[in-house]
Design a protein around this ligand. Structure first.
Ligand code: PLP
Length: 552
């Protein structure tokens, strides 16, 4: 111990476990943590500190930034890191904007554990910790959703988007095994709902299938895929000589938490494929967000052993009923950086049959079961990435620390608070209408209406003109502006793409709505009146800005 370090070694953790070197790292971490704590203010959203982000902000950064000739001691680097955090949005009780969660302590500590050995998840010999954590996590999540863990497989990847993309690669490989040599056939088609995430749009672009071969299925009022329309569109494609290859069933849309019926999608597509002598299309459940409600799969809703509030129980039960057939999907995804409470990027892509991954592997003859190989043969040639971070270590840490009950309690809290917000808004702000009432859950979309004029019911029934809808959208966008102006006080979300509604005089039109996403563990029921009062004041301001009289 304590042999003299040469100049380049001092940047690195010790090779020998020297406690004084460990202390150096601890001190830096302490400075970082204490520095971040000093910036916190639970009554605002943003951390303290000023950032003047002018129009030329990034240009100025480019101009002034250069690598120092001789480096700075770490104790001088930490303040610079803390400066980056100044005025950063932080997950206080008023952080209500979107699916942008806080990283939990188990998630952060798990990441640190992975960084300490910095293994490469490409190969288990290079990254045994990551490989072990990954296989463990696949086993855990397979049992949770009802996949057979001895047949299923998967890996951590680049986001929910990466999962949708890999699902498409699998779909193509299943139908056209030589596509990897000869290119993608021109007659394959992919399907998703109008409310699906744009991941599939990007994926058909990137695989070369082309967006012309992406078919959008209509949604119902609850933002779920309309199965009759799916049937019609599958038949239409087949009649024109196309082959349905890939269907993305969104199980939890990013805006409204609409949940596609995976069992229905699977039944319709199988029936039509069989009737036409075609192979079943590959079904990917885009459960990046909503999949986490599978934590309630084993929950006894009658006995309610955790004593969850009844107002949370009913919505949870409804969500759980719609999600219970997740295991019928050929592949699915859990974005742990969403409701899994781990840092970016910790997305888990899963396949029901690990053998599917062979279709994408570099040397398919090598091995019977990808992911079920012996030690030393876990080489992820089927991933689009080459090197991969061991993000499964963070997932493993979170799953172990939270346990099923921990996730149940956390999700129930989000649901309970969300339910209270809906109640309070209904009571206090008559100008706002909840436009995703059919989706119980953690997201609420509120659309602002002038006291006189068409309402939501008129819009969904197709009784409004494009002009009328545009006018109400403008009113809502005025509210977005006001909420955006003060977002360091309370941070709300918004969308310009909720539901497509028919019009009397033109094409279908999307609706704009403000969004409240309960995502911070610090937002509690007792904060709801304050949040709603604040929202009401901005609603009144938006109405008066447009010279619309407010309700008495
Ligand atoms: C967030 C989300 C995605 C994209 O996931 P990333 O991790 O951001 O790539 C895709 N689909 C759904 C339903 C999502 O909620």
């Amino acid at each position: 111990m304590n042999h003299a370090l040469n100049r380049v070694q001092e940047w690195f953790p010790s090779a020998d476990g020297d406690p004084s070197r460990r202390q150096q790292l601890q001190e830096l971490l302490e400075e970082l943590l204490a520095g971040a704590d000093r910036l916190k203010n639970p009554d605002r959203v943003n951390l303290a500190g000023t950032k003047r982000r002018s129009e030329h902000f990034y240009r100025e950064l480019l101009q002034e930034s250069a690598i120092p000739q001789s480096g700075a001691p770490m104790k001088d680097v930490v303040p610079k890191l803390l400066e980056l955090l100044h005025d950063h949005p932080y997950h206080t009780k008023y952080f209500l904007t979107n699916i942008l969660p806080m990283a939990s302590i188990p998630g952060i500590v798990g990441m640190l554990a992975a960084f300490l050995v910095n293994g490469n998840n490409l190969w288990d010999v290079y990254g045994p910790a990551g490989a072990e954590a990954e296989v463990r996590v696949i086993g855990m999540m397979s049992k949770l959703v009802g996949y057979d863990p001895m047949l299923s497989g998967g890996y951590t990847t680049w986001g929910g988007q990466g999962a949708v993309f890999t699902g498409l690669r699998l779909a193509i490989a299943k139908l056209a095994p030589d596509a990897q040599q000869t290119g993608v056939p021109r007659n394959l088609y992919a399907f998703c709902s109008e409310a699906a995430h744009y991941s599939l749009y990007k994926s058909v672009q990137a695989t070369g299938l082309g967006t012309d071969r992406l078919i959008r299925v209509r949604t119902r009022r609850d933002s779920s895929m309309d199965l009759d329309d799916l049937r019609d569109k599958l038949l239409q494609v087949i009649r024109q000589g196309g082959i349905p290859a890939y269907i993305v069933a969104t199980t939890g849309t990013t805006d409204a938490l609409g949940i596609d019926d995976v069992q229905g999608v699977s039944a319709v597509s199988r029936e039509i494929a069989q009737a036409h002598g075609l192979p079943d299309p590959h079904i990917h459940a885009d459960s990046a967000l909503g999949g986490f409600f599978a934590f309630f799969n084993g929950y006894d809703f009658d006995r309610n052993p955790l004593g969850l509030p009844i107002t949370a129980l009913k919505p949870l039960h409804a969500i759980h009923r719609r999600l219970r057939h997740l295991n019928l999907a050929d592949s699915l995804c859990f974005d742990f950086q969403k409701l899994g409470q781990t840092p970016y990027v910790t997305s888990l892509f899963m396949v029901r049959n690990a053998s599917d991954l062979k279709l994408l592997d570099l040397e398919p003859e090598e091995t019977p079961y990808v992911g079920h190989r012996g030690y030393g043969q876990y080489h992820t040639g089927y991933t689009l990435e080459c090197s991969r971070m061991a993000s499964a270590v963070s997932i493993y840490s979170a799953l172990t620390a939270f346990g099923i009950e921990g996730y149940q309690r956390l999700l129930a809290q989000f649901i309970e608070v969300s339910h209270r917000i809906r109640e309070e808004v209904a009571r206090e702000i008559p100008e706002l209408t909840l436009v995703n009432a059919d989706n119980p859950g953690i997201v609420s979309l509120f659309r602002l209406y002038a006291p006189v004029g068409p309402r939501f019911a008129d819009e969904v029934a197709g009784r409004c003109s494009t002009g009328q809808i545009a006018e109400t959208n403008r009113l809502n966008e005025e509210l977005f502006e006001l909420l955006g102006r003060d977002r360091d006080k309370m941070f709300f979300g918004d969308t310009k793409k909720h539901l497509l509604v028919p019009t009397t005089d033109g094409p279908d039109q999307p609706l704009s709505a403000s969004k409240i996403f309960v995502i911070s563990p610090y937002t509690e029921v007792e904060h709801v009146p304050e949040i709603v009062r604040y929202l009401k004041s901005r609603v009144n301001e938006a109405l008066s800005a447009l010279k619309i009289p407010t309700a008495p």
